[in-house]
Write a protein that binds this ligand. Structure first.
Ligand code: LLP
Length: 414
């Protein structure tokens, strides 16, 4: 995907558009998304799993900008939403409700109602109590809810501990011991139909064997559910497929996952659902940020102080994640420095002890791989304004989100 962000005449470009041009036009910090990158990632995912009856639901939590959702919807992709707000975004972007699956470990009654009245394709449940809640809302609406049950397969995928979800220690899903009661409940609650079995074992998972182990468990549950007479149509394996952040640690290609999973799932008589988020969005965007100041301290440490910070990309602070940082204009000399933001927190950094082009104050840096869990996790902490976002398609540029204003910062306060 580096293909969509590359240097031309010494200037970093997104597709055919120079990033310094975009900064001049829209200001900094600025999220820049390559439309072609999104489409190409989606298509490579589809190609890898082409021989498997499946349906891909982009996990909008990774990047819920309407233009991003719309781009994928135009490709035929469905959506995975985790809240009423995300459902609203997907519907607003024009995604048909019957292509949306609704997840979430703690959906409120209002959210369940919103999902059912919209007519989502499947609503997922993660506890016995939630199943009862869905049933009573459905009863009120005179509907029968098409339900998927999220299983906790107790597989501990190797990734950052904050993004592993399929382990018994975590809050997600219903474990094996609870499934008997779940099946019983479906027999007694008239406004629920069990159509899907679901899992999501975590995010940025490099080793396909974790998927294999968890899928094995899901298939066992499928067997027992069918044995009890349930008509299971969907087997949802969740998301979590990895991307390369650090060129020194490249992610395995998606075909490695497909090769293992397709034979296991091929003749099971189900449609397999995938919920990739990061895989589609992560490398489609960069943050363009201005070097405000440079300084060197007495122990010889150098800093680039830039105008973006953890309020725009919290991943380095929260998960110690690696993001490449490039000077938008290439220079012959380089320095070793920390790239830090303007927020009053020591964890406000993009890179530490990194070799970076010796770009002067006033020039631009680009923080790569910021498309997933970047803008969506942004905040107004320190009174920061959420940045503008643009989408590039070839040489065409579209503003997809306006920069916030000071007035917006206080608009809900009385
Ligand atoms: N499906 C479910 C039920 C999920 O909980 C998630 C992500 C996904 C799909 C999409 O996972 P992906 O394909 O993007 O790995 N903020 C963290 C990641 C949190 C992921 C939460 N759930 C980060 O920046 O690494």
């Amino acid at each position: 995907d580096s293909h969509f962000f590359s240097f031309s005449d010494g200037i970093l470009c997104c597709e055919s558009v120079a990033l310094d041009e975009l900064a001049r036009q829209f200001g900094t910090p600025l999220f820049v998304t390559s439309r072609q990158s999104l489409v190409s990632q989606y298509r490579s995912f589809e190609e890898a799993f082409a021989s498997l009856p499946h349906f891909t639901c982009y996990s909008v939590k990774a990047n819920f900008n309407l233009a991003v959702i719309r781009t994928l919807a135009e490709e035929g992709c469905g959506c995975d939403v985790n809240s009423g707000g995300e459902l609203y975004r997907a519907l607003t972007a024009g995604v048909p409700a019957n292509k949306i699956i609704m997840a979430g470990v703690g959906k409120s009654e209002a959210e369940i109602k919103y999902g059912l009245t919209s007519g989502v394709m499947m609503i997922k449940a993660e506890s016995i109590s939630e199943l009862k809640a869905i049933n009573s809302v459905a009863e009120h609406l005179g509907k029968v809810a098409q339900v998927g049950v999220r299983i906790n397969p107790n597989v501990t995928a190797e990734t950052h501990p904050y993004i592993t979800t399929g382990d018994s220690k975590e809050k997600f899903g219903i474990d094996e011991a609870g499934l008997g009661e779940v099946f019983e409940l479906f027999k007694t609650l008239p406004n629920l139909e069990l159509h899907g079995l679901d899992m999501h074992i975590g995010s940025q998972i490099f080793d396909p064997e974790y998927y294999v182990a968890a899928t094995q468990k899901l298939l066992e549950v499928l067997e027992s559910a069918r044995h009890l007479g349930f008509d299971i149509k969907w087997l949802d394996l969740g998301g979590g497929f990895p991307v390369t952040y650090d060129p020194q640690k490249p992610a395995p290609p998606i075909t490695k996952f497909a090769e293992k999973l397709i034979p296991m799932l091929q003749d099971k008589g189900v449609t397999v659902i995938f919920e990739p988020g990061r895989f589609i969005a992560a490398n489609a965007s960069v943050i363009v940020t201005k070097i405000l100041y440079r300084k060197k301290n007495q122990i010889g440490k150098e800093f680039f102080i830039v105008d973006a910070g953890m309020t725009e990309l919290i991943r380095p602070a929260l998960y110690q994640s690696h993001h490449e940082v490039l000077s938008v204009k290439q220079h012959d000399r380089s320095v070793v420095a920390d790239v830090v933001g303007p927020i009053c927190e020591s964890s406000d950094f993009f890179a530490r002890h990194r070799t970076i082009d010796d770009a002067p104050e006033g020039e631009l840096l680009a923080v790569l791989s910021s498309g997933a869990y970047g803008a969506v996790m942004s905040s107004n902490y320190n009174g920061r304004l959420r940045p503008a976002e643009v989408m590039v398609d070839g040489d065409e540029v579209t503003l997809t989100r306006r920069r916030e204003t000071y007035e917006q910062l206080v608009q809900n306060e009385l």
